[in-house]
Design a protein around this ligand. Structure first.
Ligand SMILES: Nc1nc2c(c(=O)[nH]1)N[C@H]1C(S)=C(S)[C@@H](COP(=O)(O)OP(=O)(O)OC[C@H]3O[C@@H](n4cnc5c(=O)[nH]c(N)nc54)[C@H](O)[C@@H]3O)O[C@H]1N2
Ligand SMILES: Nc1nc2c(c(=O)[nH]1)N[C@H]1C(S)=C(S)[C@@H](COP(=O)(O)OP(=O)(O)OC[C@H]3O[C@@H](n4cnc5c(=O)[nH]c(N)nc54)[C@H](O)[C@@H]3O)O[C@H]1N2
Ligand code: SF4
Ligand SMILES: [Mo]
Length: 742
């Protein structure tokens, strides 16, 4: 076995630091894994999912040569020169015939890898790509839009310092989202001075630990949260002085909620008044209340409205820009984007929030004869046929395009519909990182060093995009040679000065900058860390924008020096680097005046008076949560079902009363049918579920190359049209369903 090497887990946004021993045949296996105590956020913590990472590294369905689709639909292996040349030619032809804006880009990263998105920027710009999307546009864009309007930036709960923690449709016991989640939840729930509040229809593991569980009826959070806002105002529990000082529009908010019949709204939500009152009192009386809303409400009816109401609750209590409240972490790249919706998608006219087309309209934008329909697609590090609503429709959409290029490590459900599949090194065979850096005050970034050499036959995304840029004739080769020579002879500051001057001379250069940096700065980086090159301008940008945070983290001096020092630290420190230290005192000034009023959403609040429309019917009497996080779910990152130690098939969870009524046995089988599809599933009877509410896990039902499929693919049961009015985010947590004994 090897010495312990340093990396990170790639299964969720926490990216916990790991220490790994490799071994096995040809030293290609991850043999032992433990937590990395030196990692600034995880500090040695791991959850049980990380122990299976060899199932990712040496998983099923791996691809080791580029593939091209034949006329008959089967694939043939081709060499890389052919692959790059033909992909460049085909995409250039679409650009030249229909316009580059007809080439859609999907993905760019997953839970562990965000550098592909940075490098693809070059290919995208050369092709004239104008429309793109990613998984964020089926979960977070509603919240981004609300944050953009209220704060002009992204905010996060400061769970490390709060005395009241509120989880809205979020089960961090499984899904994490905060560092060391399980250890944190246990410690927090035991502390008598602290209060955990959970809003969830299910008695989740997190809800079990909570002091206050608001067990809403599925899909009724808007009534619950409106009632809570109304209680704060009607009982005068709001922070009047703070609101006057730091926010705009308070009187409009008061007017909108003053007449809301609290008891009636709570009855709609199925929450007793005393429980809601206890939650409101705890939040109003907290030193710092931190909130985390997630898929339970973001993939649900009123998702954008609920994001807004959730923010009103803590804003009315002044839980912003203080320890334990909501904070705005420093960033190298802000993955939440601006939150602005300045453009519309070309066919459906859906709002594009933070630059992302809503996932639920992509298929509609393709399967039409509209002249502006997308004609080609690049999919990178994502599996939309499996992960987006209505898998059948997404597959049909891909099949109708003139050219589909998929960049992945494996033969996925999406890759099956590609014209070209470009196989890449795994995240343990190349330098990788994410921009999931949301900690405050100390925020960190982790560029991971590879554990293995990449096998022959695959490339990295950085190399693919550099080659595509070259094949498209857009690489400024003379400038690259000049920059390389300068770097070798005069060093990085001369290189930087020339690079900046060149950007001024040629506006086109910024488009291909990632590829130029990779080809010029990349080879000079130690230990073969060429992929790190794209981080260098981000360090510069941070130093210009937020030098104070950088200086507090120890990167002092003029911005150019501080940026270089940070960049060198990121390249050389393999357990991650604290790149910024926040400061509570200056946060409020940074956030400026908060805008409490979002007119469209206040209108929606008024509409709640009519009460909830029924979501079920005689034909579909159940509400299915299509995609719950569990012990052994990890999106579709592990394609090998054998990584699971329990719940191998991903059971349908149903309460005993419903199971009895339907004659279902624990461990038996049931058929579940929705408006979109039908599947047979294993059954688990558990009284964690409310009557009428059932759940299936996320990430199951993958089709392996050997013909295996284990569990239900949730999006064969979901529909495109069940989506939020504002952000277009899907209603995956409330899919009307019928269940019968199989
Ligand atoms: N184990 C595991 N962890 C993961 C992932 C994974 O696949 N597996 N994926 C990662 C990713 S990409 C994400 S985005 C996060 C998501 O993390 P979460 O959002 O925490 O995950 P979910 O289990 O989808 O949904 C959370 C909760 O919403 C509740 N819920 C369902 N309906 C409603 C409702 O009507 N109202 C309310 N208030 N709650 C409701 C569910 O009961 C559930 O407990 O997890 C990340 N972590
Ligand atoms: N019904 C329903 N659907 C859901 C959800 C739900 O709760 N319910 N959850 C949704 C959520 S929140 C999310 S975030 C999405 C996630 O869905 P996707 O964004 O599609 O992401 P993953 O399932 O994580 O798949 C990542 C892909 O990246 C590939 N990959 C791994 N490493 C690399 C690499 O180094 N390079 C490249 N190029 N590829 C690599 C994997 O093989 C895999 O195909 O799923 C969503 N889908
Ligand atoms: S919390 Fe678990 S799944 Fe998430 S990064 Fe850490 S070890 Fe991996
Ligand atoms: Mo997600």
């Amino acid at each position: 076995m090897s010495e312990w090497k340093t990396s990170a887990c790639i299964l969720c946004e926490c990216n916990c630091g790991i220490k790994v021993q490799t071994g096995g045949e040809g030293d290609r296996e991850i043999v032992r894994i433990r937590g990395d105590e030196d990692h600034p956020a995880s500090q040695g913590y791991l959850c049980q999912k990380a122990s299976g990472l060899n199932h990712y590294q040496n998983g099923t369905d791996r691809l080791l040569a580029p593939l091209r689709r034949r006329e008959d639909g089967s694939f043939e292996e081709i060499d890389w020169d052919t692959a790059i040349r033909e992909v460049a030619e085909k995409l250039a032809a679409v650009r030249d015939t229909h316009g580059g804006d007809k080439i859609f880009y999907y993905g760019g990263g997953g839970q562990g890898n965000h550098l592909p998105g940075a490098y693809s920027g070059a290919t995208r710009k050369v092709l004239g790509n104008a429309y793109r999307s990613s998984a964020l546009a089926q979960e977070k864009t509603g919240e981004f839009w609300v944050n953009g309007q209220m704060f002009n930036t992204h905010v996060r709960g400061d769970f490390e310092h709060c005395d009241v923690a509120v989880f809205v449709g979020k089960n961090p016991w499984h899904s994490h989202g905060l560092p060391r989640a399980r250890a944190w939840l246990r410690e927090f729930s035991k502390d008598p001075g602290k209060t955990m509040i959970v809003i969830d229809p299910v008695v989740s593991e997190t809800a079990k630990l909570a002091e206050i569980h608001l067990q809403v009826k599925p899909g009724t959070d808007a009534w619950l949260l409106s009632a809570m806002v109304a209680m704060l105002l009607q009982q005068e529990k709001h922070q009047a002085e703070w609101l006057a000082q730091h926010t705009q529009g308070f009187e409009e908010i008061r007017a909108a909620f003053k007449d809301i019949p609290v008891e009636e709204y709570l009855a709609h939500a199925g929450v007793p008044l005393a429980t809601a009152q206890a939650a409101v009192d705890a939040i109003a009386g907290a030193e710092g209340a931190a909130f985390f809303e997630d898929l339970g409400t973001q993939m649900n009816r009123h998702s954008t409205l609920v994001s807004y109401l959730e923010k009103l609750v803590w804003l009315l209590c002044g839980h912003l820009a203080k320890p334990g409240g909501q904070v705005s972490p420093a960033y190298l790249t802000n993955i939440a984007g601006s939150g602005r919706a300045t453009r519309k998608s070309p066919v459906v006219g859906a709002p594009i929030i933070s630059g992302l087309v809503p996932c639920n309209v992509i298929a509609e934008e393709i399967l039409t004869d509209h002249p502006d329909r997308y004609r080609a697609m690049i999919v990178e590090a994502s599996n939309p046929v499996h992960s987006l609503a209505d898998s059948q429709r997404m597959a049909e959409a891909l099949d109708s395009l003139e050219c589909v290029v998929v960049i992945d490590i494996a033969m996925t459900e999406t890759a099956r519909h590609a014209d070209y599949v470009l196989p890449v090194a795994t995240q343990y065979e190349k330098w990788e990182a994410t921009f999931f850096n949301f900690e405050f005050p100390d925020n960190y970034f982790h560029l991971r060093k590879p554990l293995f050499d990449a096998p022959a036959g695959v490339l990295t995304e950085a190399e693919i995009h550099a080659r595509l840029v070259e094949a498209l004739g857009a690489m400024p080769t003379a400038l690259c040679e000049e920059l390389t020579t300068l770097l070798e002879t005069e060093g990085r500051s001369a290189y930087r000065d020339r690079f900046i001057a060149a950007l001024g001379e040629d506006p086109q250069l910024s488009a291909v900058a990632p590829a130029v940096l990779y080809r010029t700065l990349g080879p000079s980086l130690p230990e073969g860390a060429a992929i790190g090159a794209v981080l260098w301008p981000l360090c510069l940008d941070l130093a210009m924008r937020d030098g104070a945070s950088l200086a507090r983290a120890g990167f002092e001096g003029n911005p150019l020096e501080a940026a270089d020092a940070l960049f060198d630290a990121i390249i050389s420190q393999h357990s991650g680097v604290v790149f910024a230290k926040g400061d509570y005192a200056s946060l409020m000034a940074q956030l400026d005046e908060v805008k409490l009023v979002i007119p469209d959403l206040l209108e929606e609040v008024a509409g709640l008076a009519a009460g909830p429309e029924p979501l079920t019917s005689e034909d579909y009497p159940f509400l299915l949560m299509a995609g719950e996080r569990r012990d052994y779910s990890a999106n579709a990152i592990y394609r090998d079902a054998d990584w699971r130690r329990k719940d191998r098939e991903g059971s349908l969870r149903i309460c005993s009363a419903d199971a009895d009524k339907l004659g279902l046995d624990d461990g038996g089988e049931a058929r579940i049918t929705t408006r979109r599809g039908s599947a047979v599933t294993r059954v688990e009877v558990t009284d964690r579920m409310q009557p009428g509410h059932v759940s299936l896990p996320n990430g199951f039902g993958l089709d392996n190359v050997d013909g295996r499929r284990v569990g239900v693919a949730p999006n064969e049961l979901t529909s495109l049209d069940a989506r939020d009015r504002f952000a277009g985010t899907p209603w995956h947590k409330i899919v009307p369903a019928q269940i019968a004994r199989a």
